[in-house]
Design a protein around this ligand. Structure first.
Ligand SMILES: Cc1cc2nc3c(=O)[nH]c(=O)nc-3n(C[C@H](O)[C@H](O)[C@H](O)COP(=O)(O)OP(=O)(O)OC[C@H]3O[C@@H](n4cnc5c(N)ncnc54)[C@H](O)[C@@H]3O)c2cc1C
Length: 335
């Protein structure tokens, strides 16, 4: 049996290990676009702020892959899935076949349209490379605008502020996906950020960003205000990475549509983590996950079910949609 898993985040690693644990003679391939060894995405803001070094963000789950019988292939970005031939083609032209496929490709932040006209003005905060770039650039900047709702916006603002920048956080409002933070907690966190010197523009959008002289950028808000800054950090919600499934026959809504066993409409293809739109039998609706520990739960379930586990289904929704990694946000914002 050959299991192919796409993506080396927590869902992909957990799926690979779980499949191999149940099917000890199986060949398990974990193919990912990343060149870096697996890392803890929730700790990227700490890498930006300098509270952690590179070695401190390594994902312990990813350290024993070879010993667990999982072959990790880095630098492999899936471009196409041929479900009829059980084959994935990667951007370097190489191919991998499978008996079972698990897609665990996570998400990518949404880029606001207004920033498309000023490509040098912004950086994302999503991957290890992004965090290294944000840190390097913020260290050469005095003023940074952070754009993004909820959790990710708060974390990005906190990290860049700790680095000593003047920070203006543009918070457009509630995130469309994931679990929104409750109003009361968000208000307390916002107060803490303000007390640390972060300026907050609530409920507005970036209308435009204009390159002034190659180093300074003018951000225009929807209300007509302007902010002069050196850097814009885009910390928006992550949309599922699913483009490569076009033409595969796998059904996709906002994310990859899976049932409560995490199986797609194609019987030997599963999906887990932030790329999956999972049917929650308790709420009777499909939901996209946000959260590291929930991604691990989903990955484990998909891995077990690929290997014939078949009887597990989501009983406790919170395990699969709400388990976060790390210290509570309120503690972090106040630290
Ligand atoms: C800055 C930041 C801070 C966060 N903080 C927290 C936190 O404090 N607590 C918490 O619980 N959660 C946090 N999250 C959310 C958490 O990181 C995610 O919920 C979790 O990583 C989802 O895991 P995943 O395995 O589904 O996807 P990901 O971790 O996104 O992994 C997907 C993997 O697939 C790879 N990939 C993508 N496309 C392809 C392709 N076409 N071919 C091959 N490989 C591909 C990606 O490079 C990546 O390695 C944070 C996220 C960010 C960005």
């Amino acid at each position: 049996m050959r299991y192919l898993i796409l993506g080396s985040g927590p869902a992909g690693i957990a799926a690979a290990k779980a499949a191999r644990k149940l099917d000890k003679d199986a060949e398990v391939i974990l193919a990912t676009e990343e060149h870096a060894a697996p890392y803890l995405r929730p700790l990227l803001p700490d890498l930006v702020s300098g509270e952690r070094e590179l070695s401190g963000v390594a994902d312990p789950q990813g350290k024993d892959l070879a010993e667990s019988g999982v072959k990790l292939l880095g630098g492999k970005r899936a471009r196409r899935v041929d479900a009829a031939k059980n084959r994935v083609t990667f951007s370097d032209g190489s191919e991998e076949t499978y008996n079972f496929l698990c897609v665990a490709t996570g998400g990518r932040p949404i880029l606001p349209l207004a920033l498309m006209g000023a490509p040098g003005s912004f950086l994302f905060l999503n991957s290890l490379g992004d965090a290294q770039r944000v840190r390097e650039r913020a260290m050469r900047s005095d003023t940074t605008v952070v754009y993004g709702p909820g959790y990710l916006g708060i974390e990005a603002a906190r990290a860049v502020r700790r680095l000593g920048n003047e920070v203006i956080w543009i918070n457009p409002g509630l995130p469309r996906f994931g679990n929104p933070i409750s109003g009361e907690i968000e208000a307390r966190i916002t107060d803490q950020l303000r007390a640390r010197g972060v300026k907050i523009h609530e409920g507005t959008e970036i209308a435009d960003a204009v390159d002034v002289d190659g180093r300074n950028f003018e951000v225009v808000t929807a209300g007509g205000g302007t902010i002069l800054c050196h850097l814009i950090v885009v910390a928006t919600e992550r949309l599922p990475n699913v483009v490569f499934l076009e033409g595969s026959g796998v059904k996709v809504g906002a994310g990859i549509l899976v049932d409560e066993y995490l199986r797609t409409n194609v019987s030997n293809i599963f999906a887990a983590g932030d790329c999956a739109e999972v049917y929650d039998i308790n709420r009777r609706e499909s939901r996209i996950n946000f959260g590291w520990r929930s991604a691990i739960k989903q990955g484990q379930l998909a891995g077990e079910n690929m290997a014939g586990g078949g009887k597990v289904y989501i009983k406790n929704s919170e395990d699969y949609f709400g388990l976060l990694y790390g210290a509570p946000l309120l503690e972090r914002a106040g630290a």
